[in-house]
Design a protein around this ligand. Sequence first.
Ligand code: BV8
Length: 264
Amino acid sequence: MNTTGNFEQALDALLDVYHRQGNLVVFTGAGVSKESGIPTFRDAQTGLWANYNPEDLATREGFLKNPRMVWEWYDFRRNKVWDTQPNPGHTALANFETLFSNFTLITQNIDNLHQSAGSQQVLELHGNIFRYKCLDKNHPVSLDLLDGNAEELPPHCPVCNSYVRPDVVWFGEMLPDIILSRAFDAAAKAELMLVAGTSGVVQPAASIPATASEAGATVIEINPDMSALTPFVVNLFLQGPSGRILSDLLEALRVRIKQPVSDV
Ligand code: BV8
């Protein structure tokens, strides 16, 4: 892949949207958190969870079959995220949000790292691992209000006594409709979309870049490997880790913005 040429073309596309105050939309997946040390969804699970498939654990059926095990899997992942920092890719996107007047960040990730890096507006399609609700009625639950000594895990909802679960979207569950429609609306109005760190497999999220492409947006993908999206909706492929590429784009953009516009 001719990535140098693609980098310059991507930079030109970003500058063009910047100067025209056009709509820039960014769509991220688990790959943008890889350089923070968070394994991607497709990475093989390790340790205690080596013999489990995330797609079996991240389901209502999996939870009902073994509530304590699924609770502990999320506890393990939450603690791992708790100990990590946003990487330069997350930070670059937080800076893009202040730089571009019409900016939307859509993420499939549940790790809160975009917010930790300073992103103010994040459309979380699949929820957030640090939020909880109850299984039966979706009552929001704040863990620190629960009796920490309770032996039984998962805890029980203080309102309806059903199990507490993470406020994330499991496979087979609908995505939050307001957030999903805001994401598709933003994609339909996008002039430029950056797609970073996603295999483009999980639906309906993976249809968001196609919506941008069908609306005439330029779609730039940042990924060390090609994804399911690359052959169909991607105009420019920047091969490499998003932490490095996004921060390089931000730095180059800042230099170009400061340059007086040449009187051509
Ligand atoms: C639903 C929260 C209605 C939980 C997650 C067609 C239409 C509609 C639905 C379906 C359909 N076909 C199948 C379905 C069902 C299913 C689905 O899509 N299954 C897949 C496996 C085929 N979808 C659903 O169930 C959705 N619900 O549609 O409801 C319905 C109901 C019943 C039946 C049908 C329809 C709900 C999906 C949400 C699931 N929840 N997360 C949790 O995390 O515990 S999704 C989960 O997967 C994560 O959010 C994660 O983000 C996502 C995986 O996708 P990616 O983010 O792309 O991550 P992945 O690991 O795959 O790829 C990482 C990429 O990073 C790679 O490309 C890699 O190369 C790259 N990378 C690596 N290093 C770097 C990097 N990139 C940049 N820099 C690096 N350094």
